[in-house]
Each structure stands twice: as structure tokens, then as C-alpha cells.
Design a protein around this ligand. Structure first.
Ligand code: AMP
Ligand code: FE
Ligand code: FE
Ligand code: ZN
Length: 287
């Protein structure tokens, strides 16, 4: 049995609906999945339903944007209670910041004489957590760039002319928020951000796990992070980070996490819930 614990839907910058994602997961022979949309848990309820209908096990999640000593890192929160008021309040703040940032990016594009309207980005995104991929898709749709890579290379990458920095909470705040919502905090794709230097500090802040298996981790990188996990006594997770059909072949199926890691993650989630009286369900099992 295999799982994919890093997936995006239309509720952030993925292109698939929860139903489409569940159907893709089934066709790749997955038994379980977690939804990890950027800075939102809105997709979790429909994803739980879609997974139940498809006979897939579902674990709630989110990928929170954070920083540690100035470096951007992403922290995955698994098994979080998606109705937790503090988590929802923070997510609402993240969403406002993301929408303001889109307006600022568009303003910079307009100053560069690129005639894109913020409303075109919002209409295309059709979600509360819009990001740069939506701007890139809107640029391509309007015929202002020929593909997503061109949009990022010319305008949207860090330090390119329309790049706008994104609000980030500290890693310690993100981990505390995930724990408050009774979830388990995992450092996403450390090999992608090349942020090994921040790992000891993030562990100190209460990190529970590390994403060793990821589409952009080579076999050598995965082995390296398995060693890091052992050294710091961290859980091991993995996922494809599939965003749907935005670019080339969808990534789902490129990382198949052996189910034994899911068992360990679920044990940890249950430990976190056990210390709270009358825990609310954060993990839903399909048929
Ligand atoms: P944001 O959260 O708005 O800063 O956007 C970050 C997201 O942009 C990442 O999660 C990726 O999904 C996406 N991304 C980054 N670089 C590229 C690229 N060159 N092409 C397409 N998508 C990208
Ligand atoms: Fe993304
Ligand atoms: Fe990420
Ligand atoms: Zn992701």
C-alpha cells in the first residue's frame, strides 16, 4: 500500500478539484492521501468526501509558508482540526495578505507596461489563497507570456521586476499553530529550498517530521534526509507535490510513500490528540 502526502487542489494553486484529485489517486493505485494546499484548509472537507467516495484514506493537512532566519521554508501540518478557530483566523490573515500581494504584483506588471488586470487573476484563481502560479497562468491566458516558465523567469521569480515578498510567520509560530490545531508539523522539501542550515533551529522549535521523499529530491537527497530524520528522531514523510495539470505531466504517482510511514504519522497524530479531552476528528478513513 502506498500514499501521497503532498498534494494541491484548486483551493490553492493546483488545477484539479478534490474529486479529480481523488480519481487520479485511485488510478495511480494509492491507498491514502493528504491534502496540503498552501496556507489554507478549505479543501479538506470536500477532499474528505471525495476520498470517502473513492475508497481512499484521507489525512487533513496544509502547507504553511514560514521563515527561519530569513529563509523561506514550508511547514506541512498533518491531522490538523480544520475547524480550529485559531488556525482559521491565521488562514484568513494569510488569505488577505495573498490577495493584497496579487494586487501589488499586478501593479508592478502594469508599471512594466504589461496590461494584466488583478480581476483577471482573481477570476482565474477562483480561490481565497491565490499565488504567483495564478498570475503566471493569467499572463499566459492573456497572451502576454507564452508559458508559465517564461512568466516566472521574466517577472515573478525572486528578485525579478514583478516579484513581491510574501508575508511569512516564523517557523516557531507555524509549528505552534499546527500543534494548537492538534496536528503534526513536518518540514516540506528541505532539498528544494536548500535549507539544511535551518533544520536544527526548526527541530528546536518543535518540528515532528521531515519530508524525505519528494519529486525534486534525488535518491541521494532522500537518503541524506533519512539520515537527518534518524539523527533528530523525526518522522519521515513524502509526497509528489502535484499541482495537477499546470505544467507537463502531472506529478502524482512520482512519489509513492510506503504505508508504514503513514502508520507512524497516524500514531503521532493520535498522540497529539490524546492529550486533549474530547478530540475532534482530524483523520477520516475511507472504505
Ligand atoms: P507563491 O506561494 O505565490 O509564492 O508561489 C509559489 C508557488 O509557485 C510554488 O508553490 C510553486 O507551485 C510555484 N512555482 C514556483 N516557481 C515556478 C515555476 N518556475 N513554474 C511554475 N510554478 C512555479
Ligand atoms: Fe504551489
Ligand atoms: Fe512547498
Ligand atoms: Zn506544495
Amino acid at each position: 500500500m502506498f500514499a501521497d502526502l503532498h498534494l494541491h487542489t484548486r483551493f490553492s494553486d493546483g488545477t484539479w478539484t478534490p474529486e479529480e484529485l481523488a480519481s487520479q489517486a485511485c488510478s495511480h493505485g494509492l491507498a491514502a492521501l493528504a491534502l496540503t494546499d498552501h496556507d489554507t484548509v478549505e479543501g479538506c472537507a470536500p477532499m474528505a468526501q471525495a476520498c470517502a467516495a473513492a475508497g481512499l484514506e484521507f489525512i487533513t493537512g496544509a502547507e504553511l509558508t514560514a521563515q527561519q532566519t530569513g529563509d523561506e521554508i514550508h511547514i506541512l501540518g498533518y491531522g490538523v482540526d480544520t475547524r480550529d478557530p485559531k488556525l482559521l483566523a491565521q488562514i484568513a490573515r494569510f488569505q488577505t495578505v495573498r490577495q493584497d500581494r496579487i494586487r501589488e504584483i499586478v501593479l508592478r506588471l502594469n508599471r512594466l507596461r504589461v496590461p494584466l488586470a488583478a480581476e483577471a487573476v482573481f477570476a482565474l484563481a477562483n480561490c481565497r489563497a491565490p499565488g504567483r502560479p495564478h498570475v503566471a497562468r493569467a499572463l499566459v491566458k492573456a497572451g502576454l507570456c507564452s508559458n508559465l516558465d517564461e512568466a516566472f523567469e521574466r517577472f515573478l521569480k525572486k528578485n525579478r521586476p514583478a516579484w513581491v515578498p510574501k508575508f511569512k510567520m516564523s517557523a516557531a509560530e507555524a509549528i505552534a499553530l499546527i500543534h494548537h490545531a492538534r496536528g503534526v508539523a513536518v518540514l516540506a522539501h528541505p532539498g528544494l529550498n536548500r535549507t539544511d542550515n535551518v533544520i536544527p533551529g526548526v527541530v528546536e522549535a518543535g518540528l515532528d517530521g521531515i519530508e524525505c521523499f519528494h519529486t525534486k529530491h534525488s535518491p541521494g537527497a532522500a537518503r541524506h534526509y533519512l539520515e537527518v530524520a534518524a539523527r533528530f528522531h523525526l518522522l519521515v514523510t513524502g509526497g509528489s507535490d502535484c499541482h495537477g495539470a499546470s505544467k507537463g505531466i502531472p506529478l502524482i504517482g512520482s512519489v509513492k510513500l510506503p504505508y508504514e510511514y503513514v502508520e507512524k504519522l497516524k500514531d503521532k497524530i493520535q498522540q497529539h490528540k490524546a492529550v486533549i479531552a474530547n478530540p475532534l476528528p482530524g483523520v477520516h478513513s475511507g472504505c
